[in-house]
Ligand binder design. Structure first.
Ligand SMILES: [Zn+2]
Length: 84
């Protein structure tokens, strides 16, 4: 029983972190771990790029919505695109 040969130790490297949100990378298997509070998402670096752009877009959209509701007293319907 020698775990050193059969089970390679996966060393995760923290890439970024802020508050409850952390991103770690395992170079041994290419797994990317995104932790948000108590949730952890395991994914890969490709998904990180997608997630990053989706989050950025969501951020912009949220800002637009918040600006719109501020300037129009919330009276204007905000177009969020087709639902389903
Ligand atoms: Zn790993």
């Amino acid at each position: 029983m020698n775990p050193m040969n059969s089970n390679k130790q996966h060393k995760k490297i923290g890439l970024s972190g802020n508050g409850d949100c952390r991103v770690a990378f395992c170079p041994d298997c290419g797994t990317l771990e995104i932790s948000l509070g108590t949730s952890t998402i395991r994914t890969n670096s490709e998904s990180l790029h997608i997630l990053s752009s989706v989050l950025n877009h969501a951020k912009v959209r949220l800002a637009q919505m918040q600006n719109a509701s501020l300037t129009n007293d919330g009276a204007q319907q905000i177009r969020v695109g087709r639902v389903h």
